[in-house]
Design a protein around this ligand. Structure first.
Ligand SMILES: [Fe+2]
Length: 263
């Protein structure tokens, strides 16, 4: 059995608040929870939007906090990230692409593949020819080894009015690529700040709440002009993989009130 911890969208800032939330307090609570209850996990995967503003100070502060995790962590890029500063801030596996934050990690239960869907200067994501070619080769080479994909931007619309305009551009090509490989067993995605599950073609997927602030369900329909974070508590995912089967628990790591600022 391989046990993984999954957190998403910490939107870390070294100072100030983000949409009425304190990113330091929320990340501290997540790390404390993980170290207290899940130190037996083999790694923590973080599906993007590592920082909110993409400054050197924010990455340095984030790295300092993440280094207190009792397990190795695997950071990924989201639309709020800066790829250059990201690469300067984190040590990435030897399997990482030269120009992107895309890499693999072998586990006894299969291959973890962390993807880079960041598009410079855009809130929408992309998966370009270079990244597609790398993933195609990785999946071919995997053969019958089970593969578990982690990425930031969903390649399909998930029924969220605003964020669905900021999904992966040309997501259908990505869907066509992964659905052609039976080794792909599960897709884990960030970006939407909500827990959603379903299938992409025949492949099961899950999304994750943000460590920081949550997106409301689409009722009533909202836009960034009307957006207000919902008063829902954050959570992490606790993933167990056994013989290609995936079990994922949504695990609330603190009360909603932790790190919520008034005024
Ligand atoms: Fe985010």
């Amino acid at each position: 059995m391989t046990k993984l911890i999954w957190m998403s969208d910490p939107h870390y800032t070294q100072e100030g608040r983000v949409l009425g939330h304190d990113p330091r307090a929320r990340l501290d609570a997540a790390i404390d929870h993980i170290n207290t209850h899940h130190s037996d996990a083999s790694m923590c995967l973080i599906t993007g939007d590592m920082v909110n503003r993409g400054t050197h100070e924010d990455y340095a502060g984030l790295r300092k906090k993440l280094d207190t995790l009792s397990m190795p962590y695997c950071p990924m890029a989201g639309n709020h990230d800066n790829r250059t500063l990201f690469k300067q801030s984190f040590e990435l596996p030897e399997t990482c692409m030269q120009d992107f934050i895309q890499y693999t990690i072998r586990t006894p239960q299969g291959l973890i593949v962390c993807l880079d869907t960041h598009k410079t200067g855009s809130d929408a994501g992309e998966f370009c020819q270079n990244r597609s070619a790398w993933l195609t080769k990785t999946l071919r080479d995997a053969g019958t080894t089970p593969v578990f994909l982690f990425l930031h931007h969903p390649p399909i619309a998930l029924g969220l009015p605003m964020q669905d305009t900021e999904n992966m551009e040309n997501g259908q090509a990505f869907v066509d690529l992964i659905s052609g490989f039976t080794c792909v067993k599960y897709v884990f995605m960030g970006h939407v700040h909500r827990p959603i599950t379903g299938t992409i073609d025949h492949i099961p997927f899950a999304t994750m709440r943000s460590v920081l602030y949550q997106a409301p369900p689409p009722r009533p329909e909202w836009t960034w002009k009307t957006f207000t974070p919902s008063a829902e508590a954050p959570c992490i995912g606790v993933i167990q993989i056994v013989n290609s089967s995936v079990i994922m628990q949504y695990d609330q790591f603190c009360p909603y009130e932790t790190g919520v600022l008034s005024g």
